[in-house]
Design a binder for this molecule. Structure first.
Ligand code: FAD
Length: 518
């Protein structure tokens, strides 16, 4: 009884402290200089839009949305917060395509980064084609989205080298994580393709940083989950743009043949880099509705369906070779060389020839379809893992063939492909497993609210399985709830991560929705 009463009193006291803090923060914001209050939006519609994200799982109540009309507005807001006895939390929001409240704040201020577009007056993406030191690059506002970066660079015959699968994400948002796709094995994640950044730190200072100047901030911010500063400009490396792509899918039922071939394709073994694939990914075809076979020629769809029915899971390698007028002549030969020793089911190789842009923007077609069905703005209990290559067969046995196959809930889209750790820079905040090769495995589910708890339980089960098996996985786009889990996630990098937080955001005001320091 005594212990229960004590716990109850502690709970009440905590509630009182939290409520008082929230009230005092609210009061403080109303006292802010006019330059700030004029840009705070508090109408219920805007507030409710900023209280959810793509995940539709976490709901927070921000005090206000800040609509900056310049970079110095952001500094002003951060400086004001730091001047308060109890600083206000500040969450930069790119496209809010996070799934677990990472771009949100309770009672604090959400900075709507897209507002900066107005201030840029059409100059949010500046392409430089002839820099003699670093080659072509684009200076891009942190609020810009990758599809616009693609369009602006293609106009000059150039392109970023490393992508995400979906292009309606902000540059600041993906650089705060890593930005990965089928090009990562070759060029590294998007964070490995940045020359320079402008960042407003958690102290309110606008700092230009790179690997040479203010390098501690540069490395902290890349993969830094929004903890150290707000990215307002990124200088992105560019290369010559191809015009078209050969887009292949190869079907396997044997996991070790599938993963062996994937690792062969990313190893450059016996292939020089120009002849290598330009993109390697993979995914599962499962004996579950909806089985999307739209990629494959209609006459082949029945035999693919029966293969999936027979084996339960079919593994698909997705492989791309870029080409243009100058390489058109030998692209078919290049593709033939790439696949000739691969061990997919004979006759189960399918090919499409599409424009470079159509390929890069492929997920947008799915988005439009899902939106038309009312299936886009629904809960997304996603789980993204980095799994060491040395344990990927155990993962297949325990998770794909164990947990997923045996449970009666739709697994959704499961993506799996390997990457080379040498293409990641260990100075950056982003974390990877120790193996030289590791896989990303993404469980990308959409569901109704009625099934949400089942999916969350399955995610916990997968994480527990990996922990029990001592796999040494890392979460990508992590969703940890306790300090211990964050320490585990960062491993030996935790100490540096904490020191950088103390250096660049000592009052812990930025991106509280990640739940690391708040
Ligand atoms: P937000 O959700 O708005 O923000 C993410 C985090 O970054 C938050 O903590 C926020 O506070 C912080 N932040 C936002 N802007 C800034 C800034 N300018 N400076 C500093 N911090 C900032 N990821 C991949 O790597 N590869 C993929 O292929 C991929 N595919 C995806 C497909 C879909 C359909 C979706 C919904 C997501 C996908 N993602 C992928 C995940 C995506 O990269 C991350 O969720 C990313 O954060 C989304 O960008 P955003 O602009 O929506 O960021």
């Amino acid at each position: 009884y005594y212990r229960f009463s004590k716990a109850l009193i502690m709970l009440c006291l905590t509630c009182i402290v939290l409520i008082t803090q929230a009230q005092s923060q609210t009061w403080s914001l109303l006292q802010a200089p006019k330059e700030i209050t004029l840009k705070l939006i508090r109408d219920p519609v805007t507030l409710s839009l900023a209280s959810i994200d793509y995940g539709h799982i976490v709901h927070d109540n921000p005090f206000a949305i800040f609509a900056p009309s310049s970079i110095s507005d952001i500094s002003l807001l951060i400086n004001f917060s730091n001047s308060l006895a109890i600083p206000i939390t500040i969450a930069p929001r790119g496209q809010a395509h996070s799934v677990h409240g990472q771009a949100m704040t309770n009672h604090g201020v959400v900075v709507n980064m897209t507002e900066l577009n107005g201030f840029r007056n059409g100059d949010g993406i500046v392409v430089v084609v002839d820099d003699t030191t670093i080659g072509p690059y684009a200076d891009v506002g942190g609020e810009q989205i990758w599809i616009d970066v693609l369009h602006a660079t293609l106009e000059r015959g150039l392109t970023p080298l490393s992508w995400t699968d979906y292009l309606y994400l902000s540059v600041g948002g993906t650089l705060s994580n890593a930005g990965i796709s089928g090009q990562t094995f070759r060029f590294g994640p998007q964070i490995s393709n940045v020359h320079q950044l402008d960042v407003v730190t958690g102290k309110g200072d606008l700092v230009t940083c790179s690997a040479e100047n203010n390098s501690e901030l540069f490395y902290a911010v890349l993969g830094g989950l929004g903890q150290f500063g707000i990215i307002t400009r990124a200088r992105i490396a560019l290369g010559p743009a191809p015009t078209r792509v050969k887009w292949l899918r190869l079907l396997y039922n044997d996991f070790s043949a599938f993963s062996g071939d994937q690792e062969h394709l990313i190893s450059f073994n016996g292939i020089n880099e120009t002849n290598a694939a330009d993109y390697v990914e993979g995914f599962l075809l499962q004996n579950q509705p909806p089985l999307d076979l739209s990629f494959y020629p209609e006459p082949d769809q029945p035999r693919i369906t029966s293969l999936v029915t027979q084996y339960g899971i079919i593994y698909v390698i997705e492989l791309v070779k870029y080409y243009d007028n100058s390489t058109q002549e030998h692209v078919d030969e290049d593709v033939k060389l790439l696949v000739e020793r691969l061990k997919f089911f004979p006759t189960f190789m399918f090919e499409k020839d599409v424009s470079y842009e159509e390929f890069l923007n492929r997920v947008h077609a799915d988005e439009l379809f899902l939106r038309s069905q009312g299936l886009w703005d629904v809960p997304h209990p996603w789980l993204n893992l980095f799994v060491p290559a040395s344990r990927i067969s155990d993962f297949d046995e325990g998770v794909f063939k164990g947990i997923i196959l045996q449970q009666n809930i739709t697994a959704g889209l499961v993506i799996i492909y390997p990457m080379n750790r040498t293409k990641w820079d260990d100075n950056m905040s982003a974390v990877t497993p120790h193996d030289d090769v590791f896989y990303v495995v993404s469980f990308l589910r959409s569901t109704g609210f009625d099934k949400l708890e089942e999916f969350k339980a399955q995610n916990r089960q997968i994480l527990q399985f990996c922990a029990n098996a001592g796999m040494g996985i890392k979460q990508y786009l992590p969703q940890n709830k306790t300090r211990e889990k964050w320490e585990e996630q960062f491993g030996p990098k935790w100490k540096t991560f904490k020191q950088r937080k103390a250096q660049f955001d000592p009052n812990r005001i930025l991106s509280p929705g990640q739940g690391i320091f708040n």
